[in-house]
Design a protein around this ligand. Structure first.
Ligand SMILES: [Cu+2]
Length: 344
């Protein structure tokens, strides 16, 4: 995957130098913003504000051990497997409210608040007969609040620019979400990381008359352990996208995203106690985090006149190209994202 990313980066760089447009990069076109799932992709001119809302829906179904599909049956203790409880499917819905403000032409500030809604169905062995029963759990609430600053490193007269993103994630999301019976939920059902996370990234943008492209490399570094005694794995993310301007209002985009997140360091004592009673990958720090490469297709709409002048709507669909989970986890199926943005 690293090789592929390097090749794509090279290709994009070559294409963009061959075909640069006159004048500096501009946001005033449908592909002036990246595919809707890319955060902190663009900057604003001094004094400009932006509001955004995104809805993201992720569906996971079926089990992976590493990158291999495995059946629930083969993993249960009654069939010689390791686990007494296994997830079957999960949906994660996220509402994201964002705002941006450019304090100068060099610095754009950004804040983002998430509301999460998770549903998971499980299979578990019950009683001495180890009958397999279905059950489901849910969790919802606000996630971690993120603040970032985007700093303009350089912009050129051929439509290319580069900026640095520096952010912090504040541990406002709950990490002691419980099921209806009062027992703590597994790691994947919690709403925040519980730690202050450092979020650095670097973003390249380029435009030609009808095409645009971008690349962003970034990550999340957990600072210390949370108050329940663990930290999520660090995250690294490399994104490359290209877009074709179809009209003054519409553009189509394609995106490759490679993300890797390590397993959990440390453990939550209450979750470990649950794991002793009913062994499940959801309770295991080593069954968290994964490598995931996705391909995404998106459509951006930029309203040019009338009452809704300046409003943007976007949709993106993502599907995994390859997936390698730590331990045993649910397999990512698809991700749908919808978004609205308005700058003034
Ligand atoms: Cu913006």
């Amino acid at each position: 995957m690293k090789k592929l990313t390097t090749k794509l980066l090279l290709l994009a760089t070559t294409a963009s130098t061959l075909n640069a447009h006159e004048g500096p990069w501009t946001a005033v076109r449908p592909d002036g913003h990246a595919p809707i799932t890319v955060m902190g992709d663009h900057m604003h001119a001094m004094g400009e504000w932006m509001l955004s809302y995104r809805f993201m829906s992720m569906d996971m179904e079926g089990l992976l051990r590493g990158s291999d599909n495995v059946s629930t049956n083969s993993m249960l203790t009654k069939n010689g497997g390791d686990y007494a409880m296994l997830p079957e499917k999960m949906s994660m819905n996220m509402h994201m409210l964002g705002t941006m403000y450019a304090v100068s032409d060099k610095w754009t500030l950004m804040a983002m608040l998430n509301y999460l809604d998770n549903d998971m169905d499980m299979n578990m062995e019950m009683g001495v007969m180890k009958m397999v029963m279905k059950s489901s759990v849910e969790s919802s609430g606000f996630g971690d609040i993120k603040f970032s600053g985007l700093y303009d490193l350089a912009s050129w007269d051929n439509g290319q620019r580069i900026h640095f993103n520096v952010g912090i994630s504040v541990p406002t999301g709950s990490i002691d979400e419980k099921a209806s019976d009062g027992k703590i939920l597994g790691y994947g059902m919690q709403l925040g990381s519980g730690t202050w996370d450092f979020l650095p990234a670097i973003t390249f943008l380029g435009q030609t008359d009808n095409y645009s492209w971008g690349a962003q490399v970034g990550g999340a570094l957990r600072m210390g352990d949370n108050d329940r005694g663990y930290s999520l794995g660090n995250r690294f993310d490399a994104i490359l996208w290209g877009a074709r301007k179809l009209t003054d209002s519409f553009s189509l985009s394609a995106k490759f995203d490679y993300a890797t997140q390590g397993e959990i360091d440390g453990k939550d004592a209450d979750i470990s106690a649950r794991n002793m009673m009913m062994k499940s990958p959801g309770f295991d720090p080593a069954s968290q985090g994964r490598d995931l490469s996705t391909f995404g297709l998106g459509l951006n709409y930029y309203c040019r006149n009338g009452t809704f002048k300046g409003h943007r709507l976007a949709v993106e669909w993502e599907t995994p190209m390859s997936e390698d989970v730590n331990g045993v986890q649910l397999e990512m199926d698809s991700i749908w994202s919808l978004g609205w943005q308005y700058a003034w």
